[in-house]
Design a protein around this ligand. Structure first.
Ligand SMILES: [Mn+2]
Length: 325
């Protein structure tokens, strides 16, 4: 289905809706909070009553985003419309049954390959660099308000989801829209300073420890991990050290970088990054997760060694199937 059909349905339903809840996936990141604050802010300026929902803590390096003060963890509300952003499946939105089931209309706006079309209206564009890039098209297409704050939110998500315009999903359109956002006053300097140049010193020390114990598998795969004990020792959050997965990926020998984070005793989040044509989204899906070609993730249960074994097996299978690695 083309975006225009769905966009027109969204336009119609927007006219019939006054109160609108907005939500994104758990474990907030730049694209998630960028699209959530941008669209909430724009619809608020358009005259709607907006209820942006956020269950998790805002990562320190994203606290500069405009409109964050309006976020609430109250999801027991009745609204005309709920908009779900940057989230491939319903489960990853958190506990939102009440607000979702009681809304008249549910809108799903996303760019993930694995999106499950769980909305009444699904504006899903799989080739897009980011949900923020898609939200920019929606704001533009429907003539919704945009200003310096909204532009800053949108550029943040485009920048973080493209790895600062590094990944293959960065298209001519992505750059053109980013340029337009700077035309609206998006503060690139503030984004770069807050998101990329304000790492906590102790987070760097922990990253050093993680990197020095990284395992190199089959010469082309770097596997790093962090335990809850290490996080406690350095007093940092996992979101403070998310960038560590890129370090080995960006070396000439490594094709895939894996980062395994302990969430609880027997639960691990496994993030995967690759360069070029290696599709880690396929590996993540084989492990029950999802994501994009060069950036994907999954959750695995069990003890660390069994999780590590599963991850290596699936990467080896992928290598055999595609005659690479
Ligand atoms: Mn995204």
């Amino acid at each position: 289905m083309s975006i225009d059909v769905e966009l027109n349905k969204f336009r119609e339903q927007l006219n019939n809706s006054n109160s609108i809840a907005l939500i994104s996936h758990l474990d907030p990141d730049g694209d998630n909070l960028g699209s959530l604050t941008a669209l909430s802010n724009s619809l608020f300026r358009y005259g709607k009553e907006v209820f942006p929902i956020e269950f998790d803590k805002i990562p320190d390096n994203l606290k500069f985003l405009p409109f964050l003060d309006n976020l609430s963890d109250n999801a027991n509300i009745k609204v005309d419309m709920i908009i779900c952003l940057d989230c491939a499946n319903y489960e990853r939105l958190g506990k939102i049954d009440y607000v979702f089931d009681n809304a008249n209309i549910r809108v799903n706006i996303d760019h993930h390959m694995s999106n499950e079309f769980y909305g009444d209206i699904n504006i899903v564009k799989k080739g897009y660099s980011s949900t923020c890039e898609l939200v920019f098209d929606i704001i533009d297409g429907l003539n919704l308000p945009i200003d310096q704050q909204i532009a800053t939110s949108l550029l943040t998500g485009i920048s973080t989801d493209t790895g600062r315009f590094l990944y293959s999903a960065t298209t001519k359109d992505t750059l053109e829209k980013s340029s337009k956002l700077m035309g609206y006053g998006a503060d690139m300097l503030q984004i770069n300073n807050s998101v990329y140049q304000s790492k906590k010193f102790d987070a760097q020390l922990l990253e050093n420890e993680i990197l020095s114990s990284t395992e190199i598998h089959r010469e082309k795969i770097a596997i790093s991990s962090v335990s809850l004990e290490q996080l406690e020792k350095y007093n940092v959050e996992t979101s403070d050290i998310d960038g560590v997965i890129n370090i080995f990926r960006d070396t000439d020998k490594i094709d895939i970088s894996v980062f395994i984070k302990e969430k609880s005793n027997d639960e691990f989040k496994v993030s995967l990054r690759s360069k070029g044509n290696i599709n880690v989204g396929e590996i993540a899906r084989a492990l029950g997760g999802g994501g994009h070609k060069n950036a994907a993730a999954t959750k695995l249960f069990g003890d660390y060694s069994s999780v590590l074994k599963k991850v290596k097996e699936e990467i080896d299978n992928y290598g055999l199937r595609n005659k690479c690695i």
